[in-house]
Structures are given as structure tokens and as C-alpha cells.
Design a protein around this ligand. Sequence first.
Ligand code: NAD
Ligand code: DAU
Length: 372
Amino acid sequence: MNYLVTGGAGFIGANFVKYLLKNRQDIKLIVLDDLTYAGNLGTIKEELKNPKIAFVKGNICDPQVVETVFEKYNVDFVLNFAAESHVDRSIENPQLFLQTNILGTQNLLETAKKYWTKGKDENGYPVYREGVKYLQVSTDEVYGSLGDTGYFTEKTPLDPRSPYSASKTGADLIVTAYSETYKLPVNITRCSNNYGPYHFPEKLIPLIIKNILEGKKLPVYGDGSNVRDWLYVEDHCKAIDTVLHKGSPGEIYNIGGHNEKKNIEIVKLTLSTIRRLMEENPAYRKALKVSGNSIDWICEDLITYVKDRLGHDKRYAIDPKKITTELGWYPETKFEDGIVKTIRWYLENQDWVAEVTSGDYQHYYQQMYGNR
Ligand code: NAD
Ligand code: DAU
């Protein structure tokens, strides 16, 4: 089968490319990515040596680019990971989010409809080539924000509150519209916060790791009590693969692992884990960007509470009952193991961090966090 993976040079897309090549035989993979600041070919450089992969640099909003991909490769599945994904950036530049996330999605759907249609039924609905599917990688943020209790189910009303989540909601609605109006076979997956290798260091966990290694302050928005529901990225990849192959067309599946943590807990755990790993194995101190042998300064004094994010959603928490009971998916990585695996990966892959932050990153950091 031929998989079109958009955004395959980003965090989750790249992990999905690695997952597919490891776990599925007889596939052809076409990665379409515009290589924005968040996309890095170095992340999939080993995979790109595999003859099963083709890489196309291009924008999902460009009809010509997407048509050329469909023309050249007999695409069976579209997995749309490509997006502007960072809430803070969406507050600064909402329009780009609407373009990429909504119009890009619509362009992919339209092209898929065109190339997959093989006729019409008696009511005028398109009839599609057997076995094709479009899967939209969405987010729990479309449901808005929770109070101290309760969970997001697939029936929770949509209530996005940031430009990012509004754009992802718009994308979900256009996917649903193609399902209802044209009977295009689609699924939408809505996942909670991912963590793991290759996470760009603008997001909480990799940013905190990077700052610790540079001896910088650790910016915690507001009072640090906002809650996120964390899932190891490989578990997310497995869930997407499961939905693609077993999900009923037209259905939405929430993905999460009941792993809620306050932001401040995450920051403190990251601090104590880095320090412990460096105490147990002094070789890890090579990752430090500050001189001297002592690591006593790796402590909670580094934490600094900064101005809160505008419209900061208080709490996310996914109810994954549907995907678990209907499709048999469950998360395999316990948070205690996943976070250590992730931190070790960053300690051992400082070249990757240097590579992805060599461009615009310093400017972005200065603008967001000043001289902290
Ligand atoms: P990311 O920012 O790390 O990667 C996005 C990728 O998309 C990059 O490779 C980028 O170059 C590419 N891209 C951006 N605009 C493009 C365009 N116009 N055309 C082609 N390629 C383009 O994002 P991520 O964290 O890997 O998220 C992937 C998807 O998963 C997104 O749709 C996001 O909304 C969703 N999601 C993310 C999380 C999370 O915790 N990271 C959780 C739930 C859902
Ligand atoms: O819930 C799924 C979403 O998770 C995805 O749809 C998004 O693409 C992904 O970026 C993520 O969004 P968040 O806004 O939750 O992730 P982020 O890592 O930016 O922030 C996590 C929490 O940490 C959030 O409450 C804000 C806080 N934070 C973040 C940063 C970058 C800080 O306190 N300090 C920081 O410096």
C-alpha cells in the first residue's frame, strides 16, 4: 500500500515514518513536507536511504504540489500530520495557522477525492477506489479546557480557544464535511500531548531539557498548575496505524493514556531526572553547555514563573475508552519509563538539538522569553 505522510519531517510525523518502516512490510511511503522551522530532514536521514521512501518538499496548500504527488504515486492512504503546531506561535501569527491547518487540509481532501473517485452511485455520490482512506491527525485542544474533573470524549462539544485549536477545529470540520457530503472515507484522531525523541525544543519538555543543559532559567507559565495529559509518541503512532487499518470510516477516535500532570510536576521531574542520570553516569555531563564539574546547580532554583500564556487552557484529559474497547489499542509506555527514555535520548543526541535550533530559534527564543 502507498502511504502519503504529510509533515513527516516533524516530531510526530517522523516518529510515524520510523514506526511504519519498522512495523509494516510491503509499503511505499511518500513524505510531503515543506520543511518549515519545525521540519528537519536530518530526523529521517536514515529512513530516506530506504528505497521504500520518497521525499517531496512542498506545501500542502499548493494544489499543483499535491496533484503531482497523486499523479506520480498511486496513493492509497493520506495521513495528514502537516500543521503549524505551536499554540504560542499561533497567538503571534494566527493567519498562517488558518492557511496551513485549514486550507492545507481542504486541499489534501479535494485532491484525494479527485484521484480516488472512480464513478458515481445512483444518488450522485462519488464511488471510490477500494481500500483508500484519509486520516486527519487532530488534537484534544479542539474540545477546549476542562475544570478539575471530567474527561474529553468524542461527544464533547467542540470549544477551541486559541488560534491554533480553532484552526485544528476548522480542519476537523472540513474533514467531516467531505465525509458527509462526498462520502470520502476518513478518520479523525484527537490525541493529547505527546512527548518523546525529536520533539522540537519550543514545546515544554524539550525546552526545559535544553535550558537545563545550558544552565538557563526554566520558564513556567502562570503558577504551573495547568494540567496536560501526556502520551509517549510511539504509542500515538501505533494508535494512528490502528485507526487507519481498523477504524470505521467517518469515525473520530480520542487517543490518550490517562496520564495527567501539572506543568510544574513535569519541570521538577525533568530537573531531578537529569541530575540523577548525570550522577549515575558522569558521561552524560558531556551534554552540558556550562563549564565546571559540579552539577549542584541543577535544582529547583532554576525555575522561574513567567507571564501566563494568553487564554491558557487549564486542563486537558482524554477519555480513550472508544479506541481501547472498539479497536483494542492501549498505551504501552508508562510515563515513568517514557520520560527517562526521552531525557536519555536528548542527552545522547545533542547534535540533533544543535541542528534544529541553528536557524531562527535564537530569534524566536529572544522574542518569547527575553534574556532569561
Ligand atoms: P511539528 O510542528 O513538529 O511538525 C509539523 C511538520 O509539518 C513539520 O515537519 C513542518 O515542516 C510540516 N509543515 C508545516 N506546514 C506545512 C505545510 N504548509 N506543508 C507541508 N508541510 C508543512 O508538529 P507535531 O508536533 O509533529 O504535530 C503533528 C500533528 O499532530 C499536527 O497536526 C498537530 O496538530 C497534531 N498533534 C500534535 C500533538 C503534540 O503533542 N505535538 C498532539 C496532538 C496532535
Ligand atoms: O494537547 C495537544 C497539544 O499539545 C497539541 O495539539 C499541540 O500541537 C502541542 O504543541 C501541545 O500543546 P500545548 O500548548 O499543551 O504544549 P506546550 O508544550 O507548548 O505547553 C505545554 C504546557 O506547558 C502548557 O500548559 C504551557 C506550558 N508551558 C509551555 C512552554 C513552552 C510553560 O509553562 N512554559 C513554556 O516555556
